[in-house]
Ligand binder design. Structure first.
Ligand code: HXC
Length: 282
């Protein structure tokens, strides 16, 4: 169900990194349900092909799966070229590809830190620059970039130094890109999701199902917090009393893509049921 006009993105093309799974697949579904075609990009072609089929069947729009590693600027440029060859233009870029795991800071290897920085932060830079150079800078209409962030770094939570640092870099890029590319009619926005049910991120990061990787101090904090189950967490820490769903993020994205948001840029919108206002993280 949508209160938006179902053809409000008709004729638009979205290039979505990480679009084969989780939150970004949900974003694609919302954009495509409102008329957009998409190009979804990640490393695993079989996952992309399956997702593209499902998304097209559900929405009647085209979804082009293209395999690329966002850490590799050449492979991303070639993915952008492939999308342009198929659709002729790109109007929306969603930077959603991300990597994460729970790891105590003292145990995090240099390569582990670097890997997440490269997927999240470098990947956002690579895709933004490729889409800007090859598409947005050549189109009078410019384009919209949406960077998927997080709230991890607002309070400096445990076990997530790598991802928090990467997401902080992304939030900074949202502002820098908005200032630098605004004159080219490119709006740059961020969305910081809270806990979204049924996603790979949630299964990797849920403290109850990942107790083994949490370390002693964390487990002590979890016990002290009196939270014994995900339901306890909801009532203690999520004011709106439910986990998010991918469509919650998708609809925030949809608004940012519309002409009604034409004067909004450089901002990151938190979509988390109010969680970041209350949760201290374990
Ligand atoms: C400690 C780990 C680790 C873990 C990997 N590493 N997993 N360290 N704990 N659980 C370390 C490895 O040991 C290695 O360092 C380095 O990271 C690189 O690992 P590789 O497996 O070689 O890297 P790669 O194959 O490129 O995989 C990248 C990945 C992987 C991030 C590690 O998990 C991945 O591909 N994830 C993509 C999907 C994903 O994570 N989705 C969830 C996103 S959720 P050494 O030194 O040992 O060689 C999200 C939400 C954020 O981003 C905010 C939510 C609120």
């Amino acid at each position: 169900m949508s209160s938006f006009r179902l053809d409000c993105l008709r004729g638009k093309v979205a290039f979505v990194t990480g679009g084969g799974t989780g939150i970004c697949k949900g974003i694609c579904k919302v954009l495509m349900s409102h008329g957009a075609d998409t190009c979804i990009v990640s490393r695993k072609m079989p996952v992309l092909e399956e997702a593209a089929k499902e998304l097209s069947q559900a929405t009647g729009r085209q979804c082009l799966p293209v395999s690329a590693d966002v850490r590799d600027d050449a492979s991303l440029e070639s993915a952008v070229q492939t999308a342009l060859k198929k659709f002729g233009h790109i109007d929306i870029l969603v930077n959603g590809a991300a990597g994460n795991f729970l790891c105590p800071l003292e145990k995090l290897s240099a390569k582990g830190f670097k890997t997440v920085m490269e997927i999240d932060a470098q990947g956002t830079f690579n895709a933004s620059q490729a889409v800007y150079k090859l598409a947005f800078s050549k189109q009078r209409e410019g384009g919209v970039i949406i960077n998927i962030s997080a709230t991890l770094h607002y309070n400096g939570c445990l076990l997530q130094t790598h991802a928090g640092a990467a997401k902080a870099a992304i939030d900074a890029m949202t502002k820098h890109m908005a200032v630098e590319w605004g004159p080219a009619n490119v709006r740059v926005l961020g969305i910081a999701p809270g806990p979204i049910a049924g996603t790979e991120g949630m299964s990797r990061l849920d403290p109850f199902t990942n107790a083994d990787s949490m370390g002693d101090r964390t487990q002590k904090r979890q016990t002290r917090s009196n939270a014994h189950s995900p339901n306890d967490l909801l009532s203690m820490y999520i004011p709106l009393q439910r986990m998010g769903v991918p469509a919650d993020i998708g609809f925030a994205c949809l608004f940012f893509c519309l002409p009604e948001a034409a004067y909004v840029t450089g901002q990151t919108l938190v979509v988390d049921g109010g969680q970041a206002l209350t949760v201290p993280n374990f």
